[in-house]
Design a protein around this ligand. Structure first.
Ligand code: ZN
Length: 211
């Protein structure tokens, strides 16, 4: 727990243990196969997706509890939704790997993502906010599949942004996290200075001592 707090303070993970070095939902999602403090798949069950979305600010507590109902009503449908989500993540990771090596985007992934996006029906809605009114996009349908909307939407927005050309994978051999290289000199190599970057510095120091 102390380590989770330290990592959360350093901006490496959030309070739920999901990695936040990606800097936006799409990339944090790409990094979600690992979750700090948990062995195995980070997004195994629908509950974990609810935690992920809540911790990323895409889902309110009340909304999340209404989605819990589907787990009892239709666990198969929930499992299928999670399978779809993980298969899109695997495809997206391949696209990120290609982009990090300077390759163009695989058009079949774009077509696949467009097909998923076509399945969402949304409408605009004026709602009360802290300081007056705000215009929000709401989903017209209900069901566990709707939970994928904020993730797929952010992947689409990322794909058309200049951040796609700035995607990098951590230079550590033991770390596979992706991040967006926004450093001014473009030389950032580590997912985080407080973890992998620091480890690399210490290793380089020890090597110098040995020599
Ligand atoms: Zn790293």
């Amino acid at each position: 727990m102390a380590k989770l707090n330290a990592l959360a303070k350093a901006g490496v993970v959030n309070a739920e243990g999901f990695y936040t070095v990606g800097g936006r939902t799409a990339i944090d999602f790409a990094n979600s196969s690992r979750r700090f403090g948990k062995d195995g798949e980070g997004l195994e069950k629908l509950e974990e997706l609810l935690s992920f979305l809540k911790s990323m600010g895409h889902l309110h507590e009340e909304e999340a509890s209404s989605y819990h109902m589907y787990l009892f009503q239709n666990p198969e449908r929930c499992a299928k939704t999670m399978e779809l989500l993980r298969s899109v993540r695997a495809r997206f990771l391949a696209v990120l790997g290609q982009a990090a090596s300077g390759w163009p985007v695989d058009p079949t992934f774009v077509a696949e993502l467009n097909e998923h996006l076509e399945g969402f029906k949304t409408h605009l809605c004026i709602e009360a906010a802290d300081d007056g009114l705000e215009l929000n996009t709401r989903l017209s349908d209900q069901g566990p599949e709707q939970l994928l909307y904020p993730i797929f939407k952010d992947i689409a927005e990322f794909m058309v942004s200049d951040q796609l050309g700035k995607i990098r994978q951590c230079a550590s051999e033991t770390c596979d996290l992706y991040f967006i290289n926004q450093s001014r000199n473009g030389r950032r190599r580590w997912c985080s200075m407080s973890t992998c970057g620091n480890r690399a510095k210490v290793n380089a120091y020890l090597k110098r001592q040995e020599a």
